[in-house]
Design a binder for this molecule. Structure first.
Ligand code: DX5
Ligand code: ZN
Length: 214
């Protein structure tokens, strides 16, 4: 089953709660929340207070993607704000294994994200510990960028590694440039969680947009 996670980065921030409720009504499965610190990525979005303010807008899980340096400093704050799962970037953690353990100690499923240029070797030793691996299909920082096709091979290799290891249940998430054209490619390669910003919130009929991604 494919999970569709609309990314609120492309939503109207002035009407964030309504936009999230619309994504739920339109058939989204998770709400993808991009947190950026202006250091790990060249853009700044929002933090725990905003997440807390919109938590009541939906019953869908909040899938929090932390594009911040040393995310271990803020894990408890994001959990308290209403995160249902937390993904950190391998490139932003000096002690990645420890950070994954800290997310799990908070009682949340842990994800690890890899930039397009980051090899799978960064997560190979963590396959037994994580719930999700996010293969970025753009360089993180902005919505509306073009899909990087070379990531497809990485997804195929990762799906194979997970199957070989008896960890087929680990989600492979993709994020960046996902639309009706690229969705079949990433699914065929082995991804099962599709994040989409522009392809959902950039459209007036979000239900139609999500149906097209499925
Ligand atoms: C990019 C973010 C994405 C972004 C995707 O750094 O992590 O979640 O919202 O946007 P689209 O789907 O428009 O490429
Ligand atoms: Zn994201």
């Amino acid at each position: 089953m494919t999970i569709i996670a609309p990314s609120i980065l492309s939503a109207d921030f002035g009407r964030l709660a309504e936009e999230i409720a619309d994504a739920e009504r339109s058939g989204g499965d998770w709400i993808h929340i991009d947190v950026m610190d202006g250091m790990f990525v060249p853009n700044i979005t929002f933090g725990p207070p905003v997440i807390k303010a919109v938590r009541g807008a939906t019953r869908l899980p909040f899938d929090v993607h932390l594009m911040i340096e040393r995310p271990e400093r803020y894990l408890a704050d994001f959990a308290a704000a209403g995160a249902d799962r937390i993904t950190v970037h391998a490139e932003a953690c000096v002690h990645l294994h420890r950070v994954v353990g800290q997310i799990k100690e908070l009682g949340l499923p842990a994800g690890v994200a890899l930039n397009p240029a980051t090899p799978l070797g960064f997560v190979e030793h963590l396959l037994d510990d994580v719930d999700l691996i996010l293969c970025m299909t753009v360089n993180p920082g902005f919505g509306g960028q073009s899909f990087i096709p070379s990531v497809l091979d990485k997804i195929r290799t990762l799906r194979h590694m997970l199957n070989e290891r008896g960890r087929a249940e680990v989600h492979i998430q993709v994020d960046g440039g996902i639309n009706a054209e690229t969705a079949p490619l990433v699914r065929e390669a082995g991804a099962d969680v599709l994040v989409a910003g522009n392809a959902v919130f950039g459209r007036s009929d979000r239900a139609q947009a999500i149906a097209e991604l499925r």
